[in-house]
Design a binder for this molecule. Structure first.
Ligand code: G6P
Length: 362
């Protein structure tokens, strides 16, 4: 039974470990033998007819949308906005002439996102729901659906749905960009890259002892922590911080590393943990100097770095994949750091206080 936790103490750990297989399943489902995307042509045409993409979601799904924006803009050249559904529902931004909506939702039932979709349908705009649950409300009410095929996600803290959403956004962006004849999309070998991602994820989940050790060293005796990065790394830092907040109750903040000095660095004291995510060549040295600035104020720093940018002093080294797909790897250590911090505090990892798996009230 897919929804059985087997020998795992918690569903979350099982779901973290399933991520390499989820990547392979998405590859098999949406790419043909030559690595070409097989996506409903009607969907591709509907998206191409738009002048702007609007991604809408809540919580972790919103965070997956922040990565999607980078993928769609780089691979399809279509301007893409990302919105939190509870905000969009009541303060709709000025829309472009031909918007296309993408709803990201693991459950397909989140009330805030449903509210946006019902407004979108009333206005007659085209929409796609990317979800893990077939026949869910958001799937039924949108014009198109793409399924995540991640298997049931039971732990309240979302893990494999986040990485599945990003991988599927990558496949969709590749399909769209290639159909538009764009060089960036043609050069993006999504099948090879997702295979590298799956292997890379496996290497990270095989380092559980190391991650538990880092959790002990950095996160067990603190009620505050920061994840910092720039660009796509900043987007991942938001998800990394959310994991820690949700299940270990550490007040964690994901932050643009360059913005720290404009106020937030005042919070750094002796021993405050600051974790730097460094996967983008363009900004690596900048984030490193931002980390130094926190060290000068007493912070204890940890680094999560892609191999080609790493030095001997880095704490966690991630295998190299295409820069756009590095979030699929950099988030995994953060998931496991949150897991071990929660576990070793004796908390209920799968059912954190005050939270629900799917929030069906606005
Ligand atoms: C709840 C869950 C989160 C999830 C969010 C959106 O708050 O606790 O883990 O990210 O809902 O859920 P959805 O099913 O729409 O992705």
């Amino acid at each position: 039974n897919e929804a059985d936790k087997g020998t795992y103490p918690f569903y979350m750990l099982k779901e973290v470990d399933e991520q390499p297989n989820v990547m392979r399943k998405l590859t098999q489902t949406y790419l043909n033998g030559e690595g070409k995307p097989e996506i409903d042509d009607q969907l591709i045409k509907a998206m191409q007819a738009a002048d702007r993409l609007y991604i809408v979601g809540a919580g972790t799904s919103y965070h997956a949308g922040l990565i999607g924006k980078r993928l769609f803009e780089k691979l399809t050249s279509m301007p893409t906005e990302v919105h939190v559904s509870s905000e969009f529902a009541y303060e709709q931004p000025l829309l472009s002439a031909k918007p296309f909506f993408i709803f990201l939702t693991q459950s397909g039932e989140t009330a805030d996102s449903r509210e946006v979709l019902s407004n979108v349908n009333e206005a007659g705009y085209p929409s796609l729901t990317i979800t893990n649950v077939e026949n869910s409300t958001l799937s039924r009410e949108a014009n198109f659906t793409l399924l995540l095929h991640a298997g049931p996600e039971i732990a309240v803290a979302s893990t494999k749905a986040y990485t599945a959403q990003i991988a599927l956004e990558a496949i969709l962006a590749k399909a769209l960009g290639e159909d538009l004849g764009l060089d960036a999309a043609k050069a993006f070998d999504v099948r090879t890259q997702l295979a590298l991602v799956a292997n890379g994820m496996q290497a990270i989940v095989d380092e559980k002892d190391k991650l538990e050790g880092l959790s002990n060293e950095f996160l067990m005796d603190t009620n505050r922590a920061f994840y910092i990065g720039r660009g796509i790394d900043q987007a991942v830092s938001l998800e990394a911080a959310l994991k820690l907040k949700e299940i270990s109750y550490v007040q964690a903040e994901g932050f643009a590393s360059g913005e720290l000095k404009h106020g937030t660095i005042a919070l750094i004291e002796k021993g405050t943990p600051v974790i730097g995510i460094i996967t983008q060549a363009k900004t690596a040295s900048l984030t490193r100097s931002n980390l130094q600035e926190t060290i000068a104020r007493g912070a204890k720093t940890m680094t999560i770095v892609r191999e080609s940018l790493a030095t001997d002093d880095d704490d966690l080294v991630l295998p190299d994949v295409d820069e756009l797909l590095m979030p699929l790897l950099s988030v995994v250590p953060a998931q496991l750091l949150a897991y071990y911090t929660s576990l070793n505090k004796g908390l209920d990892v799968d059912k954190p206080r005050n939270l629900a798996k799917s929030v069906t009230v606005e």
